[in-house]
Design a protein around this ligand. Sequence first.
Ligand code: GLU
Length: 417
Amino acid sequence: MAQYNPYDNFLKVLDDAAKAIGMKEEDYALIKYPERELKVSVPVRMDDGKIRVFEGYRVQHSTSRGPCKGGIRYHQDVNVDEVKALAAWMSFKCAVVNIPYGGAKGAIKVNPSTLSKGELERLTRRYTAMIFPIIGPEKDIPAPDVGTNAQVMDWIMDTYSMTSGYTVHGVVTGKSLEVGGSLGRPEATGRGIMIVTLKMLEKNNLAPKDVRISIQGMGNVGATAAKLLYEKGCKIVAVSDVSGGLYNADGLDIPKIYAFVKSKNLLKDYKDKDAEHVDNKGVLTCPCDILIPAALENQITADIARDVKCKMVIEAANGPTTVDADKILAERNITVLPDILSNAGGVVVSYCEWVQNLQSLTWDENDVNNTLYKVMSRAFDDVYNIAKEHKLSYRLAAYAVAIERICTAKKKRGLFP
Ligand code: GLU
């Protein structure tokens, strides 16, 4: 079997969507290529005194609609094709929700849980210094992603500021509140998932209490989505983390599980007679109405797609469904709400944070959440309407909206020189 390449996945969907709305190759050819790819070798003095060199990247896919925007991932399996795909998905995501950004992504090939706090800080600061020439509040604004958090963002902000000679809050989003972070940012992606899920239910004349949901991934996104959807009355029947999953056909005790994972516990150690332990596949293929993959790419493969028992997939992770799997889901009449729409809540509130930083303002949480709601529902309606008008899947419709917006911006700006 050919090795899974997420960038090929991106290109395939791009072609399909462009064709579906009658675009010629030459009209969108430029967005097939990232504008800039930077690879850095990051030396770090480890606690034992030895020096280790880590592989790092920052890929900038597009600046047509504004400065680049996108997270930084720390994961032992990252490679350049994955970072390229994640960067392109960011351009598309920002275009779908219509915020004035292009897309980028960064990564370091490391398992952060194997480093001490000091090692992690030195790695982050040295990486920041090495990508310094291409980032900045007007150029490219990083944010958290898998394996990074507010503390890592605070170090990036401080390193950039120390190097610049003054404090630059707007260089990175997802920071701690005390150093220019925004209220509502940690929950934003999960809250966005809740918003689009409720919109989908409304379109299908379903009430939250009528649906059973299974969520793969109890990181920040999955755990917040589980908590908020549970509070809205949905039945969460299955959840998982890297160690395994839990299942109860009548619904799990989410507040208890949420508190358990927030205290840095693994689900394999969770004890409750009302929660049956299942494996990762058990969570993906259990009987439910909505499946929410909230972990990594390439989780719903063709094999899994043949086995899922849901009616709808809402993608909280980036790129969780392979192209082959997507086809099988469509044949089985399973609706997919694509990542570039459903998980955009994080970058929307990153935008709110950046706007606050640039204006030296602090918004209250209601203002942030109201903006998030407004932007997500507008994007949902835009995609929904295009899907209905052109009889497209939501994925192709979301790509179509994004391609159209990015290419129009490119065309109006013209080609330099
Ligand atoms: N890493 C998140 C994403 O994939 C957030 C990016 C951002 O806030 O810039 O959407």
